[in-house]
Design a protein around this ligand. Structure first.
Ligand code: GLY
Length: 295
């Protein structure tokens, strides 16, 4: 039997990327893939790899997750994150939490301990009790986001969610997604990111998917599960991704994107926004391939 070759893909959100942000999107997505690849190429698990990749994106103010998240109506960073394991179908999520350096790490610990969605104070308490990195909620506010919120400026480069999918050498697929939500969202609003089937899905029998875009549009079409179901019959992930985005366009309005890896390690992605920052790495590449548009 051929050994399983690891694969990793990340997205930095379905959005419009203005010229001055192109390089930062390439650099950030590349760094995230490199962090995840380091784990996978040393035999680490897909869960560890997606956590490492998303931590990089959560630390980079180019992206709407962790530090640099968009601000809610109260001028606060309030975030959601989730992870799902394709072997066990275990999952974990936090929503509307504040003061977590890496919400994705809380989602992973919850997934490994007991599948649940922990909201607001219960998610924050879980992170604290599990020794995860905490900070003042103001420490997650980037200057650019604060100025936009204060001036109520029209956000052209609307940042929108990060995600990662990985296949490890054991054949396990994991999906993860992390977001600061939408600009000026009401306190406590939660979109698709924390919801299994919508913001992410992983099942080793088919594949794994992370989505990005307008939560209110992604939820009714259960975007991640729609993409995964479209892999049936060994359909290529590129076709499945396009099918999922076409379904969203047919049924609801809104912008979205998705990234997929199937059980054979094939990748695909699609979006209906102007751009989507994507990077991936396979065994056949000597370095990550990065994109802001599908060629
Ligand atoms: N996709 C992120 C959100 O709508 O909250």
């Amino acid at each position: 039997m051929n050994p399983i070759k690891p694969v990793i893909i990340v997205h930095g959100g379905a959005k419009t990327i203005t010229e001055d942000k192109v390089e930062a999107n390439h650099i950030g997505c590349r760094a995230a893939v490199e962090a995840g690849w380091e784990v996978l190429s040393n035999g680490g698990s897909a869960a560890e790899a997606v956590e490492a990749a998303i931590q990089v994106l959560e630390s980079d103010q180019t992206f709407n997750a962790g530090f640099g998240s968009t601000l809610n109506s109260e001028g606060e960073v309030e975030v959601d994150a989730a992870m799902m394991d394709g072997t066990t179908l275990s999952w974990g999520a936090v929503a509307a939490v504040q003061g977590l350096r890496h919400p994705i790490s809380a989602a992973r610990r919850i997934m490994e301990e007991k599948p649940r969605l922990l909201v607001a104070r219960s998610g924050e308490r879980f992170a604290l009790e599990h020794g995860l990195a905490m900070c003042s909620k103001d420490d997650l506010i980037a200057e650019e986001q604060y100025q936009e919120w204060k001036e109520e400026a029209e956000v052209i480069d609307r940042p929108n969610t990060v995600g990662c999918v990985a296949l490890d050498i054991h054949g396990n697929l994991v999906a993860a997604t992390s977001t600061g939500g939408t600009t000026g969202q009401p306190q406590g609003r939660v979109g698709d990111t924390a919801l299994v089937g919508c913001g992410l899905y992983a099942d080793n029998r088919l594949g794994a998917c992370s989505t990005t875009g307008d939560g209110e549009s992604i939820i009714p079409v259960v975007l991640a599960k729609t993409a995964i179901d479209a892999l049936a019959g060994d359909r290529h992930p590129q076709e499945a991704a396009q099918h999922a985005i076409a379904t969203l366009k047919d049924r609801v309005e809104g912008e979205a994107g998705c990234i997929l890896i199937d059980r054979q390690g094939r990748i695909g992605w699609a979006y209906n926004s102007q751009h989507m920052a994507v990077a991936y790495r396979t065994d056949e590449l000597s370095e990550p391939a990065t994109f802001i548009e599908k060629e």
